[in-house]
Design a protein around this ligand. Sequence first.
Ligand SMILES: [Zn+2]
Length: 218
Amino acid sequence: MYGHRRYLRRMAASDDHSSDPAFAFIGGRLWLNFVNTDDARLGIRTDTIASFERFVDWLRSARVLDADRADALRRRGAEQPSGAAAALVEARRVRAALRSLAERGRTDQGERTKSVVLVEINRVLGRSVGTRRVEALPDGGFLRSFVPVGDLFGGLIIPVVESAVDSLVLGELPRIHQCADRRCPRYFVDLTRSHTRRWCDMRTCGNRAKALRWRGQS
Ligand SMILES: [Zn+2]
């Protein structure tokens, strides 16, 4: 019990999603935040998980991993660079599939996209051997975790994939939108009651649009 409390305190200490400015947690869903790691900065497409270490940093920032497991993964990544590289390739492959789901899941080509993405999701879920847990967080939220058995690199992407499964099961795809700024590749789930969210972030894209409108009126 003591160990568990210590674990929760550790999670609380690192709850700040804005601690790593390279990552944007604006999607409202874990899988959309992961899709958004394929980001744009100043109009230039930028992969914010450019290395295995950055992928682990993202998983840590997204609270998918606790500090101990993140450290163990960084060590193992340094010892086994080929295994780490393969895990990153796998993560990017899943990310591309999930992006297509966000992009086209609710359009005319949605049915075909969904069937392709389901194959990918089931491929990942089918290979995973481990323990699924849910942890209560001090801020009142909950965290899904997956602790793989055996291969430390295995199953890192499982909580992300399960978050996409949740959106499919809950029928959320019609509420998923790309940012209204056409240069911005970010996706989010619109949870407003009025269905009027248009921007990934009011501090960046939304603010820019407001400034442009204001200049247009003056
Ligand atoms: Zn945006």
